[in-house]
Design a protein around this ligand. Structure first.
Ligand SMILES: Cc1ncc(COP(=O)(O)O)c(C=O)c1O
Length: 431
């Protein structure tokens, strides 16, 4: 147990002892806005910073394009046609999968649609999808449109589970009870691994067990999990999952996503699927005889040829995770960072900031969601001021400032300085 202190010397000591300190140098962190002393990049939960090596890897592919032209698809190590294979082992480590279960492709919402085509198979008796109340809009829209596409009515088929007691946090018992209550009418459960507004880590193994016990398929949106908290999709027995890589995985704006399909489903030819030529085995892909010959892995969900430049950028970031020993190693620092931030908030801005993220370290990742509580303080004005002072973070409607100290590139000094900046902004906006 660390005896926390508000003395800034403690931040310096923690940084001096930090085994991951050198990783900060592997990123280009945005400079502060004019007039601010320095920047504090606390928004890796929205868009991770640029890994320096991404320039090299993307430039390499631009050079290969310039010199090889179309031959670049198959010449070089790797050629663009095989580029995703280089990423697979690192992705497996991030999401806890075996190689046959993952494929780097598309973007998150596109993948959600493609996976729902396969795993949401409504019948008149079993047609409901369970999501969280106030789910991320894209997930809600995807589910709503999938229900309509299959000829069902969202008013009957889209069901939700709410946080406990009108609050912000979900309770595992409520989720299990909701799944059991819908029972035989439930086709699919789609929930996040980490909730985007509160940063709550959701009880995925319990969700999967409950979903399977009523005969539903279970999918997980890992947008806020991957690169943030340990994930074990295979062992948790999740049916399908997808994620974006531009948040904690620092893969570039809108960077390439990926899918997970559990090993037991990957070669199930009875699953409906949207097809394209990139899901066809390489050996027969260019026969052009219009007979689909599926790759017997999650790669059979791929439809188009791979996005070489986004994959090159992603490669740079994945190398950093591998060199750091992966998320389980980084997690120890992350837990220390969020504990330090919680302590400083409690000590230095008591009674003005409520942390809605769970205090139990098992139930939180890098992100803490802060509500400015007194009615006489305008939370949005506080946000604007801390942003002007160099803090990169985000404001989520209706009332939350999300901050995410991230172990690869944030220091304990960042955290200490952030709380001073926040305290000053709160003091200034108190009317
Ligand atoms: C939980 C969640 N789902 C879906 C999305 C949408 O991702 P995309 O725009 O990459 O499809 C996001 C983006 O932030 C998200 O946080």
């Amino acid at each position: 147990m660390i005896a926390w202190s508000t003395d800034p010397a403690q931040a310096a000591e923690l940084d001096a002892a930090d085994e991951f300190a050198s990783f900060r140098d592997r990123f280009e962190l945005p400079p502060p806005p004019a007039g601010a002393e320095d920047s504090i990049y606390f928004v890796g939960n929205s868009l991770g910073p640029l890994p320096k090596k991404a320039r090299e890897y993307v430039n390499l592919e631009l050079d290969r394009w310039a010199t090889l032209g179309v031959k670049g698809h198959f010449e070089g190590k790797p050629g663009w046609a095989a580029y995703h294979e280089v990423l697979t082992p690192s992705i497996c480590r991030l999401v806890g999968a075996v190689p046959a279960e993952v494929c780097v492709m598309n973007t998150l919402t596109v993948n959600l649609h493609m996976l729902l085509v396969s795993f949401y198979r409504p019948t008149p008796e079993r047609h409901k999808i369970l999501i969280e109340e106030h789910a991320f809009p894209s997930d809600h829209f995807a589910v709503e449109s999938q229900i309509r596409l299959r000829g069902f009515d969202p008013a009957e088929s889209l069901v939700t589970v709410a946080p406990r007691d009108g609050g912000e946090l979900f309770h595992v018992d409520d989720i299990v009870a909701a799944i059991e209550a819908h029972g035989d009418s439930l086709a699919t459960v789609l929930l996040p691994g980490v909730q985007y507004y509160t940063g709550q880590v959701m009880p995925v193994p319990e969700i999967v067990a409950a979903g399977h016990s009523v005969g539903a398929t279970v999918g997980i949106d890992l947008a806020h999990s991957v690169g943030n908290v340990p994930v074990a999709l295979h062992d948790w027995d999740v049916d399908f999952a997808t994620w974006c890589s531009y948040k904690y995985v620092n893969s570039s704006p809108g960077g390439i996503s990926g899918i997970f399909v559990h090993e037991r489903h990957v070669d199930d030819q009875s699953l409906p699927k949207l097809l394209g030529w990139w899901g066809n085995r390489m050996a027969t892909r260019f026969n052009m005889d219009n007979t689909f010959d599926p790759i017997p892995t999650a790669e059979s969900w791929a439809v188009s040829n791979g996005l070489a430049l986004p994959m090159a950028a992603l490669r740079a970031s994945l190398e950093i995770f591998d060199d750091a020993g992966g998320v389980p190693a980084l997690r120890k620092k992350s837990e220390k960072q969020t504990a330090y931030l919680l302590y400083l908030l409690d000590e230095l801005v008591p009674d003005t900031v409520a942390v809605i993220t769970p205090r139990d370290p098992e139930q939180r990742g890098c992100q803490l969601s802060l509500e400015i509580t007194p009615d006489d303080i305008d939370g949005q004005a506080v946000f604007d001021q801390i942003e002007a002072a160099g803090v990169f973070c985000d404001w989520r409607y209706p009332n939350v400032i999300r901050v995410a100290p991230t172990p690869l590139f944030n220091t304990f000094g960042d955290i200490r300085r952030f709380v001073d900046i926040l305290a000053a902004a709160i003091a200034e906006h108190r009317s």
